[in-house]
Write a protein that binds this ligand. Sequence first.
Ligand SMILES: Nc1ncnc2c1ncn2[C@@H]1O[C@H](COP(=O)(O)OP(=O)(O)OP(=O)(O)O)[C@@H](O)[C@H]1O
Ligand SMILES: [Mg+2]
Length: 333
Amino acid sequence: MRIRGNVAIDLGTVNTLIWVAGRGLVLEEPSAIAVDATTGAVTAIGEAAEVLAEKEPQDIQVLHPLRDGVIADLDATAAMLNGFLRRARPHNGPLRPRALVCVPSGATFVERRSVIAALEARRPRYSARLIDEPVAAAAGAGLDLSGGAGGFVVDVGGGTTEIAAVAGWRVVRARSLRMAGNTMDEAIVHAARSNLGLILSQRAARQLKMTLGLTGGVDGWAETVGLDLAHRSPRVERVPADLVAAALEPTVTAIARSVQEMLSDIPPGLAEDVVRGKVRLAGGGAILPGLASQIEASAGIGTVVVDDPLRCVVRGAALILERRDKNVPGLAQ
Ligand SMILES: Nc1ncnc2c1ncn2[C@@H]1O[C@H](COP(=O)(O)OP(=O)(O)OP(=O)(O)O)[C@@H](O)[C@H]1O
Ligand SMILES: [Mg+2]
């Protein structure tokens, strides 16, 4: 049964998504908040804050309150969540609403507590429960984990890459790598600076990553605009694909190696489920052109990108919230 007001939240380093029972996905915004540097008042959240991030207006500070998938700034996260939930307007009935929030499998006790604290700091107070992201990702990827069935998921987000074998709604083995989309952007910024003498914004680097990826896109180059390192004036530049591929290489190799190591560590009883179900790639980083084939080549088993990878985790959390199955750890707490 759908209980009005219940929400599933994917509180990500780069993007926050909120699903509301009975209404579906209602919010999808960058995890950013802009505050007045003098008064501390919140001036914008989500997309409206993100567009200001790299323009650096005076008196405004743009914060990304999550780092590596967990809360780095509790007050800012609570204010951002509060704003998002007000915007999402879940219809609250007389019962205390429930929130199911995804956290990285490697999150510490303190980090988990801080997510709950952020939700309890608002009115109405939510009864917050946490679920490990890989379990939500597996459900969102279409794996049916009931009856002890298992699968293997890799969620390449902005701050973390979660690599996990799951079975029966539980994590069997997991590794949270603090290397993902943001690391790739930073590597491109660094490469453009040292090889082309060009200072790029993170947004420009991200665009190059999406267009060229590991495969080089359609043209083998992409145009970008940055600041000339020597003259500090704007410069348009054609960036060659091999520069971007070389910058992405260390992160991609680290992810592929971790997948391989994790696969070699699964219990033998899970091997058939994993081979049949294939490695499921989720998260925004899964869309990186060439990533799936590189993982497949090094892992030696089929690797597929799930449908709509950016929404996979919240979709899975919503499915779990709707099942209200006692066997799902997130609901049994
Ligand atoms: N087409 C694309 N190619 C490559 N990367 C992409 C593409 N689209 C989005 N991304 C990257 O995906 C990342 C965001 O993914 P996602 O929303 O899954 O992360 P998140 O859930 O916020 O982070 P985390 O799970 O680490 O907390 C960003 O680094 C973004 O640049
Ligand atoms: Mg995520």
